[in-house]
Design a protein around this ligand. Sequence first.
Ligand code: GCB
Length: 728
Amino acid sequence: MRKITTLTEGWRFLKAAIPAAQAVEFAARGEAVTLPHTWNAIDGQDGGNDYHRGTCWYVRELSAEETAGERLFLEVNGAAMTAEVWFNGEKLIRHEGGYSAFRVELTEKLQEKNILAISVNNEDNTTVYPQKADFTFYGGLYRDVKLIAVPAEHFELLKDGTPGIKVTPVVDLEKMTATITVETWHNAQSVDITINGETKTVERCAEFVIENVHLWDGVDDPYLYTATAKLPSGDEVSTRFGCRVFACDPEKGFFLNGRSYPLRGVSRHQDLKGKGNALSYEDHAADMAIIRELGANTLRLAHYQHAQEFYDLCDENGIVVWAEIPYITMHMQNARQNTLDQMRELITQCYNHPCIAVWGLSNEITAASAVNEELLENHRALNELCHRMDKTRLTTMADVFMLEIESPILEIPDINSYNLYFGWYLGELEQTDEFFDEYHAKYPERVIGFSEYGADANPAFHSSHPEKGDYTEEYQALYHEHMLKMIEQRPYLWATHVWNLFDFAADGRDEGGKHGENQKGLVTFDRSLRKDAFYLYKAAWNKTEAFVHLCGKRYVNRCEEETEIKVYSNREEVTLYVDGTKVGSQSGKTVFRFRIPLLGEHLIRAEAGDVSDTMCIRRVSEPDESYLFNKAAASVTNWFDADDIDPSCFSINDTLGEIRQHPQAGAIVDAMMAKGASERGDVADAVKDNPALQRMMGRMTMLSLLKQGGADEESIKQLNRILQGIKK
Ligand code: GCB
């Protein structure tokens, strides 16, 4: 029999980089904590990029009852980022990587009194990923720590945190049968393996055939089987598995069990306001409930290995998962081994989860690194490792927007995906459409997806003229309306993932009226508020729960004679009432727009079938300043009236490309940009040397380039005056 004890209570925490002996000596003076725990729950979320990054200690005495058993192992499910386990004064193991589990045997080291001391370190270094990314690198023992007592004959526990059992189902969709290969690792003579009531006694591996197989069929029917393996000693392991077939077609996108199944969903980070990454099972389950409410059928679990409980929830809910390691932003010469270690652990520990469809090799790795032989070799090594360990899944990569589509790195993984932020960080929304059209036309035989896209929104900010960079809830909604349509028109995209389902901690960020948060979430960091864009996707994806949502509920005070009322619904007809009087009905899909006169305070009600939603808005005489994040930028739209601009001459509304075709106008903007570039240094160099980026900028209007570059009102107006003096 196996006895598992979760070590939740009784820990002492010392926020001090001291030697192990001292940590034990001073433990009593440490703070009493329970696991899971992070020391960055507060300072990792409040901005300033000044959260504590160093070595801390967790110390605990193990009782006689806890240490009982023939062989005793310690299991650490998440120690961020590098941990050392000291037991009774001796260092037993060092583990590098904050997101995978590891185990160590304690048996031989047991004494009368047993003191466990674990040091955890999240300092920056050059050997362990991640080191460069916006999300907070929380430190702590933030997942369960367990003791596992097993008999002398037992399943393997040490190798890369293995579950000891590996199940590979291969499905024949024509015959509706599945051949299940079960491999086990143990030190006994034989093992009894059971699936579906059938038991086979073998040395290590067995094969089963399931007739009339019940498929794991995504969100519609995520059926799970269980495989159990038992040794004569009584030690037992079991794992759930699912029988399904994943496939990708460059023209038709993703297939599940032989039918077209476009993967449409979101990304998730593992953290929560006030708690950091020290999440409970209830926190994970609450996130999953929101994902189901949204109607997503896929998740990118970014940017690292998530908790086993969360992959379990994905198995149970039929969510198709992209799993990845934190090989992100910047290649580090001394961390090749770490990428391989983290990938080996990810695959070993997660192999049995039916939800996982692809292994992600890296994220935006060329954002701060050149594509050179070293980078390519690291990717080839990872790709080969994935295929060696897993014959059933594809590999992929999340490419940064400025990575040339001709780059050889795109040929390494089986399929690709791009992170594109046109319409947010740079460029215009439509450039996303053009990007994919170009890619697909040039490489029709390649499978391509959309691994990240999003726009920050602080639900306190509102506008009737939303625009890029204003952080309003309305711009985020518009942005996603565009992307939703763009995606629907391109069925070849094998998967699309909104960045991000939830706002998350990025302690180095200070923008959009919040410190330390990336606000691209469709839902706020504390999960209390769903932004309008959430309901856009819910209207498009949720097929089970009829609903209607009035946008702009928080945009109460409106300074205009007429206002737009926008409704998202998964019904086909929406009727609008103002103060109890019917305004009109509209048939359509997902987005319904009405315009109404604003006289005073109004009660708005939208109805779709037997569901409805209400809100109150009012007319005000002065704009409500509290709705504006950047008050100066917010007025930009009104600087230039279309009538004031002579269309026969150049203006800041022309694209850089158009202007550059005229020698005089081109020389003026080039001189101005060269001046800007000399002030910005290396960033500008990167632009200059990057033809893809140059092309993208060529398509942007001068106005949007200037605003993005932070130009002030006066210089924008001045350039416009100059351009207006030049005939096209
Ligand atoms: C990215 C990164 C992601 C960031 C995101 C952003 O491309 O992959 O980790 O959080 O952009 O919001 O800037």
